[in-house]
Design a protein around this ligand. Structure first.
Ligand code: ADP
Ligand code: MG
Length: 231
């Protein structure tokens, strides 16, 4: 069975007495080390879908299974622990803590579970080296460039060796050079770590690096828009 199975996810909101259908039956299956880019217009439900895949928001109907576990069947505290261990998130903003070093920021998810031991520190150092920041480990976020901060966020999202990494417009606030560096890391590192990556992006350049691309429109996946060629 694939490590991630989402089946017929729907999401509805009640807003001002009106029923808003955001997702209308989204299914996907992915195995360890695979990556997928999700494109689509603003408001299509891309962030909503990522939140549901990562157990941050529940679907109105449909199921998510991550290595056989349905996160929405877990009690609240178990769900938080499940997310911490199995899902990494990268957002458009890095959300690093300004008073902590890059290394300490990467170790935050470990602290939520246990004391930081030499093994965790070694893994954090290895991940920071893998994102090209071996010389920046003791720098605080304010002493790093935007691209470097986002690379710390990538290392932090992978520290627990999650099954699934979710990225929501991870290069959206970066200049093109930094975006390219972060894009390269995003396509290589999760694969090396055997982690599934689902990434929402508006960037065709970033999406083109991924093994698969899907478009979310009107609440469902639609085929990639084809450029019609006339002769
Ligand atoms: P995207 O990430 O593709 O831009 P979102 O998933 O953030 O889109 O949002 C999809 C739609 O759902 C938007 O129209 C948004 O206004 C609506 N939406 C998101 N959260 C809520 C909420 N809590 N209540 C009502 N509508 C919401
Ligand atoms: Mg969004």
């Amino acid at each position: 069975m694939p490590d991630l199975v989402a089946h017929q996810l729907t999401k509805e909101y009640q807003s001002a007495g009106e029923r808003l259908q955001i997702l209308r039956g989204v299914s996907l299956e992915m195995s360890a080390g695979e990556n997928l880019a999700i494109l689509g217009p603003s408001g299509a439900g891309k962030s909503t879908l990522l939140h549901i895949l990562g157990g941050l928001d529940s679907p109105t109907a449909g199921t998510v299974r991550l290595r056989g576990v349905d996160p929405f069947e877990l009690a609240v505290r178990k769900l938080a622990e499940f997310r911490n261990k199995n899902v990494g998130f990268i957002f458009q903003d890095h959300y690093l803590l300004p008073q902590l070093s890059a290394l300490e920021n990467v170790l935050i998810p470990v602290l939520a579970q246990q004391r930081v031991g030499p093994e965790s520190t070694a893994r954090a150092e290895r991940l920071l080296a893998a994102v090209g920041l071996e010389h920046r480990m003791s720098h605080r976020p304010g002493e790093l460039s935007g691209g470097e901060r986002q690379r710390v966020a990538v290392a932090r999202a992978l520290i627990m060796n999650p099954i699934l990494l979710l990225a929501d417009e991870p290069t959206g606030s970066l200049d093109s050079v930094s975006a390219q560096a972060v894009g390269e890391i995003l396509c290589d590192l999760p694969k090396q770590e055997n982690t599934i990556l689902v990434c929402v992006t508006h960037s065709e350049a970033l999406a083109s690096r991924f093994q698969k691309r899907v478009f979310l429109k009107n609440g469902t996946f639609v085929a990639e828009p084809q450029v019609s060629v006339t002769t």
